[in-house]
Design a protein around this ligand. Structure first.
Ligand SMILES: Nc1ncnc2c1ncn2[C@@H]1O[C@H](COP(=O)(O)OP(=O)(O)OP(=O)(O)O)[C@@H](O)[C@H]1O
Ligand SMILES: [Mg+2]
Length: 218
């Protein structure tokens, strides 16, 4: 069990995140859903240590956190060298490129990749490592359906193999239904509903969650 304390983030007196805290269980996939601006990425950035919460808490001790930001980055080098920044094992790099169908891009300049290709490279780079918590901020938003589906398969396997707690931020309810164990619904910076995927996605209690799910046509 990994304890996440209550987290608050305020920008010029506007609270964009007021998270009550929770426990994460290893080996589970947590989908975070909610509208634009509901605080999902802010939550991810605080957990990853990229930004501090209002109390400037140091969140984790002896806990490794892997993070794939919403805006993917690449370095001025080849695709394979970018991927090897995440870990040293060349055969794992080859396997991940194979799985994510980017082997043919191996020696290309990373900066020349398309959005969806860059996302697949960034995911491969992340999966070169092993972490206690992994946070993926909309990893498939730039991907086509085929890539999204193979990414989901890879995510499931990665969680099984590494036994991490994985937080998946997504705008796709279908994706959440396919791979999430638990779902957190964010609304205006608050966690409005939290529970098993079956419950939150199919039988939500909160009126805002119901509205959100209806709007997304679920
Ligand atoms: N550095 C910042 N300064 C001021 N406001 C910020 C800053 N970063 C985020 N915000 C605000 O905080 C709110 C939450 O942003 P956040 O990026 O967490 O949303 P999100 O749920 O990830 O949205 P999306 O679905 O569009 O990615 C937004 O209203 C945003 O404008
Ligand atoms: Mg975001």
């Amino acid at each position: 069990m990994i304890k996440i304390p209550p987290l608050k983030k305020t920008y010029s007196s506007r609270t964009v995140l007021d998270f009550p805290g929770t426990d994460l269980e290893k080996g589970r996939i947590y989908a975070v859903i909610g509208s634009n601006g509901s605080g999902k990425s802010t939550f991810a950035k605080i957990l990853s240590g990229m930004i501090k919460d209002d109390d400037k808490q140091k969140l984790f001790k002896d806990i490794a956190v892997g993070y794939m930001p919403q805006r993917n980055y690449s370095f001025r080098m080849s695709v394979v060298r970018n991927i090897l920044l995440g870990g040293k094992d060349p055969s794992l790099a080859n396997e991940l490129m194979e799985r994510l169908k980017i082997s043919h891009l191996k020696d290309k300049r990373a900066k020349s990749l398309s959005g969806g290709e860059t996302a697949r490279m960034a995911l491969a780079r992340l999966m070169m490592g092993k972490y206690d918590i992994v946070i993926l901020d909309e990893p498939t938003s730039a991907m086509d359906m085929e890539s999204s589906l193979l990414t989901e398969e890879l995510i499931k396997e990665y969680v099984k193999n590494t036994n991490c707690a994985l937080i998946l931020i997504t705008h796709s309810l279908q994706q959440a239904k396919r791979i999430a164990d638990d779902v957190l619904f964010f609304h205006k910076g608050s966690l409005l509903e939290y529970g098993s995927a079956e419950k939150v996605l199919y039988e939500p209690e909160n009126a805002e969650t119901k509205k959100f799910l209806e709007f997304y046509g679920s």
